[in-house]
Design a binder for this molecule. Structure first.
Ligand SMILES: [Zn+2]
Length: 290
């Protein structure tokens, strides 16, 4: 069994693949190759091996003596002065344990989706974790069980600005024939336009008077998509807010039918379908509870 490098507060990682995306991490022990990322406190955690004496097929354990101390002379002849000092400053464990896989972003080494998500966004120059300026009540209203999961997920994508609208696709350098909204065929398509400003969407929302009254309140002039939806969530009772989300999901489906199936429906038909669909969902869900 290979001796284990005792690292105290340090972990050694092999955390980044060639594309720069975090995959997994190994707590490197003495079984690590000299070419691995195993030395804390130096750039990239990878020591520069001097070009004469050894190859990267050697293991860290080859730098140790049987007494579980560093082979000072071998370390100094193998690495640059700074890297050798960094290596020799690592205290060795008297225990002999295997290397093990840890998640370096958690103190207990256990993988979590939350830290992976934050880290992957932090690596991307174009995206950052969303810090939406909304409170927990807003999310509760979306995630309550009164609408199908697909509708809730659609609302969540809208809020997180990941709906693949033409504007969003263009920002990802996707080549597009047109940036014009297929519903109104006049304005550029973005999430705010699809959900709120598009004349076609307005026709759909106008079929529900309580929803319409809040959605097009003069106060919402100039709001972004989050502010607008958050305002609607605050002002509308739960059921009416669910109806709004259901209508918006149906508008998105209509948009997709036009893009992918070349099928068009009138706004009134989309609204009637949405109304019938939600009524049926509510009926079955009420029945399911009893
Ligand atoms: Zn439009």
């Amino acid at each position: 069994m290979l001796p284990f490098l005792f690292l105290e507060k340090h972990y050694f990682y092999k955390g980044v693949n060639p594309s720069g995306f975090l995959l997994a991490n190994w707590r490197w022990g003495a079984g690590a190759s000299l070419g691995d990322l195993w030395v804390p406190g130096i750039p990239n955690n990878m020591p520069a091996i001097l070009p004469s004496t050894v190859t990267t097929s050697l293991k860290v354990s080859d730098l140790m003596l049987d007494s579980l101390a560093w082979n000072d002379a071998l370390v100094r002849s193998t690495f640059s002065v700074g890297d050798a000092e960094a290596i020799l400053s690592i205290a060795l464990s008297t225990r002999r344990v295997e290397d093990r896989c840890v998640w370096r972003l958690e103190s207990d080494g256990v993988f979590s989706v939350k830290t992976a998500y934050s880290h992957s966004f932090s690596l991307s120059p174009s995206r950052r974790p969303n810090t939406l300026n909304v409170n927990g009540e807003f999310w509760k209203k979306i995630w309550k069980g009164g609408i199908p999961t697909s509708v809730r997920v659609h609302a969540w994508r809208v809020c997180n600005k990941i709906l693949p609208s033409l504007e969003m696709l263009a920002s990802k350098h996707v080549e597009l024939d047109s940036h014009i909204c297929v519903l109104c065929e006049t304005k550029q398509e973005c999430t705010l336009h699809l959900c709120c400003n598009c004349p076609y969407t307005k026709l759909v929302l106008q079929t529900n008077s309580s929803v319409c009254q809040v959605c097009f309140d003069a106060q919402t002039e100039g709001f972004g998509i989050i502010e607008w939806l958050s305002f609607c969530a605050k002002q509308l009772p739960q059921k009416a807010f669910e109806e709004l989300l259901y209508l918006l999901w149906n508008v998105w489906n209509e948009r997709n039918n036009r893009v992918w199936k070349q099928k068009k429906s009138l706004a009134i038909d989309v609204a009637l379908r949405a109304c019938a669909g939600l009524a049926e969902f509510r009926l079955h869900n009420v029945r399911a509870r009893f």
